[in-house]
Design a protein around this ligand. Structure first.
Ligand SMILES: NC(=O)c1ccc[n+]([C@@H]2O[C@H](COP(=O)([O-])OP(=O)(O)OC[C@H]3O[C@@H](n4cnc5c(N)ncnc54)[C@H](OP(=O)(O)O)[C@@H]3O)[C@@H](O)[C@H]2O)c1
Length: 325
């Protein structure tokens, strides 16, 4: 696929997105340090140098500090904001005293969360806002009111969801005046439900698969951008020690290494290229905060183009740890 759905919707985005969950320090209320700023500056520089022009945030990442460090960078270099597509999320709330952590798609939460994100990010607008995780108490008409207001005020350009099924998307879209353009889900070589769902139709072996039927097909037909969170499998196949992991993970890591050596590229490019080889035009949201590891992702798009069906299936079957039905 040459043009991915987000590009069809007018966003001139790179295929890779920099996930910002690991920036800003710890998930606590400690102040942002110079080291936190330096890490974000280096991470962003590395991303920009390999052509990444999109950021994935959430209001909750490091309790707001991930957005804040990038807001400080935008303040120091205002020209950067226009060069970047900034996506953030709302809808998850932390535990407050006796009130447990929960989801909140109320109009009030959506509006106040966006205002807080805009302030932290030091920007007038968000390119894309995602609802982070499905809220069982969601009332589509209420979400529609919030989205309509944010759009009319120029605070958000487009909307999407994360971790949602097709029926949840359609339920919500029924009330919205415009289409949802993103669904962000966990998809990787170590988290294979997104593929297993399709190959196990009609099979007992599919009972443990949990992706939500039809998501891949629906998103492709409706031009919804599929974004993969966790695409580097937290380093399982790209250099992290796998001694304690199951045998099939160790074998897959060895295969990734072997392919990377044969193709004179990095294991990161193989793992991401494998995801991007899928015809849906998936955008991997890379979660590394390490500049070296971000740079190691540079060749991913090229590796996707070069990957044969045989190589793609060799990786899929190795990572499944069991032959296809
Ligand atoms: N929508 C959702 O519900 C949701 C959920 C989770 C995440 N996300 C988004 O997706 C992004 C990526 O998710 P993710 O961070 O789970 O996935 P990831 O990209 O698979 O993994 C990144 C993590 O793995 C570590 N890592 C990578 N390669 C390594 C290696 N060779 N050795 C040791 N550690 C290694 C990184 O550490 P270093 O920083 O040291 O490289 C980082 O902590 C997040 O930043 C966020 O934007 C969305």
């Amino acid at each position: 696929m040459n043009v991915i759905p987000l590009q069809q919707h007018g966003f001139n985005t790179s295929r890779l997105v920099l996930g910002c969950m690991s920036f800003g320090g710890g998930w606590n209320n400690d102040p942002i340090t110079d080291a936190d700023m330096l890490k974000a500056e280096k991470g962003l520089d590395a991303a920009l140098s390999i052509g990444i022009n999109m950021l994935d945030h959430a209001n909750i990442y490091t309790r707001g500090k991930a957005e804040e460090v990038f807001g400080r960078i935008f303040k120091a270099k205002p020209e950067l904001r226009e060069q970047l597509i900034v996506q953030t999320k709302c809808g998850i709330r932390f535990q407050e005293g006796e009130v447990p952590g929960r989801y909140d798609f109320s109009k009030e939460h959506i509006l106040s969360s966006v205002d807080a994100s805009l302030k932290r990010l030091n920007t007038e607008y968000l390119d894309i806002l995602l609802l982070h995780r499905p809220d069982p108490l969601m009332e589509p008409s209420e979400v529609a009111e919030a989205f309509g207001k944010l759009k009319a005020q120029g605070k958000v350009r487009a909307f999407g969801v994360s971790n949602m099924s097709v029926s949840q998307m359609r339920f919500l879209e029924h009330a919205l005046s415009e289409k949802l353009i993103v669904n962000q889900l966990e998809m990787s070589l170590s988290h294979l439900h997104w593929l297993d769902q399709g190959v196990h139709v009609n099979q007992d072996a599919g009972t443990g698969v949990s992706f939500g039927e039809g998501i891949m097909e629906y998103c492709q037909m409706e031009r919804v951008q599929l974004q993969a969170w966790g695409p580097l499998s937290q380093g399982r196949f790209t250099g992290r020690s796998v001694e304690q992991e199951p045998e099939h993970i160790q074998r897959t890591a060895a295969l990734v290494k072997q392919l990377a050596e044969a193709k004179e590229t990095t294991p990161e490019a193989i793992v991401l290229g494998w995801l991007m080889r899928h015809p849906a035009g998936i955008q991997p949201i890379i979660g590394s905060g390490n500049a070296e590891r971000i740079l190691a992702c540079q060749d991913a798009e090229q590796q996707a183009k070069l990957m044969t069906r045989e190589e793609w299936y060799a990786l899929y079957v190795a990572a499944r740890g069991i032959h296809l039905p």
